[in-house]
Write a protein that binds this ligand. Sequence first.
Ligand code: URA
Length: 201
Amino acid sequence: MTNNIDLINAYTILEEAENSCKNCCKCALSKTRTKTVFSGGIPNNKLMLIGEAPGYWEDQKGEPFVGRAGQLLDKIFASVGLSRQNDVYICNTLKCRPPDNRNPLLEEKEACREYLDIQINTLKPKIILLCGNIAVQSFLPGAKGITRVRGQWFDGPFGAKMMPIFHPSYLLRNDSRDKGSPKWLMWQDIKEVKRVYASLS
Ligand code: URA
């Protein structure tokens, strides 16, 4: 994405994909969803966060990460001067909420992958954050659990640097900020993300 025309093209492609996603019935989640949740934040070629799937509030509002986990995510980004308004494109492996927030099924992830691929192929973000185990499994099959891989850089699509990070829901369940705690580790990871982000032209 080097000039305004590229950006306009990207917006158009993403808008078309979002519109077709709204009518998607490729898996059974289409029968139980309230709204599809395609993306949030700002389309850009630097930073993309990929979460798991919409929860209750996301399904109601049609926007990703708007519940408690999303509020914590905003604070984590704000701690290093980043925001979804200015810096981050946010999406999920699934665009529809699984009933009772259960883990996505393989067939649901496969059916929905087309949309995620369009998002990545269109924006070609230089940094991709894989937020939680479900996103990690989608890009690093066979990877050890999130606690083993978080904070490390992996090679991603189109030369992206891809880092697994803890899911904010996990941080909400682990309140300690002591050295070595999940929150403390997240703080180290987001500072590293900001360091690389700041070095991008
Ligand atoms: N958790 C996610 O992984 N994504 C959301 O959009 C909300 C909660």
